[in-house]
Design a binder for this molecule. Sequence first.
Ligand code: SAH
Length: 236
Amino acid sequence: MSTRWRVLTVGAAVAVSIGALTAADYAVLREQMVHEQLEARDIRDQRVLAAMRSVPRHEFVPEEFRTYAYEDSALPIGQLQTISQPYIVALMTQLADVKQGDRVLEIGTGSGYQAAVLAELTHEVYTIEILEPLATQAEATLRRLGYDRIHGRTGDGYAGWPEAAPFDAILVTAAAPKVPRPLLEQLTVGGRLVIPVGQHEQELKVITKQPAGFAEARVIPVRFVPMKGRIEGQPE
Ligand code: SAH
């Protein structure tokens, strides 16, 4: 084992003290993340694991946090928003059960990382971000990394993306006090809405559209930044 390897396994925080990490170093950290944080938990979908192995998460976080990109935690991305912990991104992607050719909508582009993970699974990815500076930056990052087929839009995701509906899966990456009705309406029959619901304490839910009505599964307690815009004025 080389010194370099040992330092990396101790943690990226230490690695920063020996100089900037290379793409190869990040690949080591990414593999470790997949193994220790995803496979060791309940991420079993091989396509999701492959997507998490290939998307360079460090490219989506601000320079000063780059060495922490593969840690088991959320990180700041500016505008008081955060990129979710890798495990939560993988879990939501697994729950969305995206197959090639599926149409997928994400509400809350943030850094663009979740959208890139989805783009590894299907060519039909749509994503909406309410904060203009984040939308602009995410678009630039995605383009730089070659994710040029993702459809992005700046605006309030509450209303979904009616012109591109229906969707086989919709992921909401900000917490909603209640489920936005338009998103339920924009699901195909069999389509899945993966959404953190609640205010201070939230639960990750999967709502599946059935021929008559919806089926709801509660997954785990989570903490997301609150959804903004029209939802804030909606009664409970
Ligand atoms: N999925 C992102 C992380 C999202 S953080 C990633 O992979 O990096 C939640 C994001 O949702 C924030 O960027 C926030 O600005 C955005 N957001 C909040 N309310 C929204 C709304 N109504 N419509 C669209 N985006 C919203």
